[in-house]
Design a binder for this molecule. Structure first.
Ligand SMILES: [Cu+2]
Length: 310
């Protein structure tokens, strides 16, 4: 039985050792289990190739660069249909399709269009003059979506006084008309601006003219010594002057009157008081502070008026 036990012990030790070896190969150094890939065949799933949708290239994605009529250009936001120089009109015409706001950069040549004396050009997009940047003979012109025609004019075009002799025939006379229209629009705008400025000046003058006077005369109405004239027993019953102005209370009535600041109901407030003014006499009151000053006649309390100082 000892032999059997010995064999059993050896078997057990060997089994344990084998397990340790197996575990060691399975157990990674970081302690995580991984599936053995070399011992068992693995099935891999390959999904069928998916169809991806590629949107059509947008015009601005890749700037279109080309040359036509010996003119090199780059366009973004549109496609150039044609570039042609018109020697008769000393202009270059670019026809294009643009669905987006974009930019055309074109390098001109002396053959295509001769610049003005100062080396610059005149550019229109669909007949409207536009700003552009110029480096040497390379022009960069911005355009709006749906623009169709860019024209670049040289010395044949005289701003403000078009050289009609070189603007002869049909199609480009349309172009020229468009330019004339653009110029007229600009002139009209300038005129409108001037009119607006003139109006503003006129309004200012009117405002100055409308400014309250520095002097006003107030008279009691005839017969105001007896009730019945109210509420306009002074004329004008409401008078307006500018601050620092003078009110002349002139008594043109037969009866003596006063003009006393305050109200008949509450009495004098002490701002001013002419005291009694006899017939054909007058009294001046100067008021420096803006405000509304009620006054009344001490003798005839139905007589009330107002002085407004602005
Ligand atoms: Cu009176």
């Amino acid at each position: 039985m000892a032999g059997v036990d010995k064999f059993g012990v050896i078997f057990t030790v060997a089994f344990v050792a084998a397990m340790i070896v197996i575990m060691a190969t399975v157990l990674q150094t970081d302690g995580t289990f991984t599936q053995s890939t070399d011992s068992t065949p693995t099935q891999t799933y390959s999904p069928p190739p998916t169809q991806t949708y590629s949107p059509p290239p947008t015009p601005q994605a890749a700037p279109q660069t080309s040359s036509s009529d010996n003119l090199k250009y780059t366009i973004r936001g549109g496609i150039v249909d044609s570039v042609s120089s018109d020697e008769n009109h000393n202009a270059v015409k670019i026809m294009m399709d643009s669905r987006l706001d974009g930019q055309l950069t074109i390098t001109l040549t002396s053959d295509s269009v001769t610049p003005f004396d100062d080396g610059t050009y005149f550019v229109t997009v669909d007949g409207e003059e536009v700003e552009f940047t110029q480096v040497g003979k390379r022009l960069t012109i911005d355009f709006m979506a749906n623009s169709q025609k860019i024209m670049i004019f040289g010395e044949g075009y005289k701003s403000g006084g078009h050289d009609m002799s070189s603007m002869g025939h049909s199609e480009d006379s349309k172009e020229h008309e468009a330019m004339m229209a653009a110029d007229k629009a600009a002139a009209d705008k300038a005129a409108a601006d001037k009119a607006a400025a003139d109006k503003a000046a006129a309004d200012k003058a009117a405002a100055a003219a409308a400014k309250a006077p520095m002097a006003v005369t107030i008279e009691p109405v005839e017969g105001s010594g007896a009730p019945g004239c109210e509420p306009e027993c002074y004329s004008p019953s409401t008078a307006t002057i500018s601050a620092g102005g003078t009110v002349t209370f002139s008594n043109t009535d037969m009866a003596p009157h006063t003009s006393t600041s305050g109200t008949a109901a509450n009495g004098p407030d002490g701002v001013f008081d002419t005291s009694l003014i006899m017939a054909n006499a007058s009294f001046d009151v100067t008021l420096d502070d803006a405000g509304t000053y009620p006054y009344f006649c001490m003798v005839h309390p139905w007589m009330e008026g107002t002085v407004i100082v602005e």
